[in-house]
Design a binder for this molecule. Structure first.
Ligand code: ZN
Length: 287
């Protein structure tokens, strides 16, 4: 059964580790992530962007697939199904469809409007026992076609949003989505520290987990980050493994064209990536 992400993240914050949020794109992705979480006895959050939601034929399709897998694969670790960077309408669609967690990304609105919409969605999510994440300060890089600048959130604005009752908060601290450029300045621990001082026990979320050096990840966790979003890294691992299979001509040997064979190396690459992240984040054995 899907669970809200609140309890697993409160436990992570208290225990000084982080839970991985891994974006899903299809059945292979979902199965690889769930199997790895179960093998490592780790809690996990499956993230679905609005774009991935459309790609997978809608939120209800995804809920059906994930619930089916939890039962058929006998997954017993805590699993949350979470809307990633949801707009206002998508949040309501996921509340109706049976997700267990949503993120409302109102970071592009003026702060007053972000506050008003977040307040309303907190009530709607909590009425269904779901958790809700909010965002302050746009996170750089590309979010489904929207390019941000990698800014740092204003800690006072973070406190305003935190006080609305959100369960965890994403705040820009110089992190960006996608690959990091060579001249990236690194995370702003000063900003993170200032945010945590004002928001207390609230779990903080680090988006754009791909390519942040391990020492920075560990420091961020020590300063209150309890959820780390990983997306691009699984995509790169999947693509590289699939490319290797094709370039070695394996799809042309025997029944190597069978999609169950063709997609197997990519799925294994996702499992390896997820395992590496769960070990780095410290969530192994915490289910
Ligand atoms: Zn993000």
């Amino acid at each position: 059964m899907l669970v809200s992400a609140k309890e697993m993240l409160d436990k992570a914050k208290a225990g000084h580790y982080a839970v991985g949020h891994f974006n899903i794109n299809n059945l292979e992705w979902t199965k690889a992530i769930l199997e790895t979480a179960q093998e490592l006895n780790s809690p996990v959050i499956l993230g679905v962007s609005e774009g991935a939601g459309k790609y997978m034929a809608g939120y209800k399709t995804i809920v059906g697939m994930v619930n089916g897998m939890l039962e058929e694969l006998k997954i017993t670790v805590p699993v949350a199904l979470h809307l990633d960077h949801g707009g206002y309408d998508a949040c309501y669609k996921c509340i109706e469809a049976g997700f267990s967690s949503i993120m409302f990304d109102g970071s592009h609105y003026p702060i007053e409007e972000n506050v008003a919409k977040t307040r309303e969605l907190v009530a709607a999510a909590h009425a269904k026992g779901m958790s809700i994440e909010a965002e302050v300060g746009a996170i750089g890089g590309e979010e489904d076609g929207v390019i941000g600048m990698g800014e740092c959130a204003d800690p006072k604005e973070c406190k305003m949003i935190a006080d609305l009752g959100v369960d965890f908060l994403a705040a820009g601290i110089g992190n960006i989505h996608g690959k990091y450029p060579a001249n990236w300045k690194g995370l702003s621990f000063e900003t993170l520290d200032a945010i945590q001082k004002l928001t207390g026990d609230l779990p903080l979320v680090l988006h754009g987990g791909t390519g942040i050096p391990a020492d920075m990840i560990k420091k961020a966790i020590s300063l209150g980050v309890s959820k780390i979003n990983v997306n691009t890294e699984c995509q790169l691992a999947f693509a590289a493994a699939t490319r290797k299979y094709i370039e070695e001509g394996k799809d042309q040997q025997g029944k190597g064209y069978d999609p169950r064979k063709l997609l197997a190396p990519g799925a294994q690459a996702i499992k390896d990536t997820v395992k590496e992240k769960m070990e780095m984040f410290g969530s192994v054995g915490k289910a």
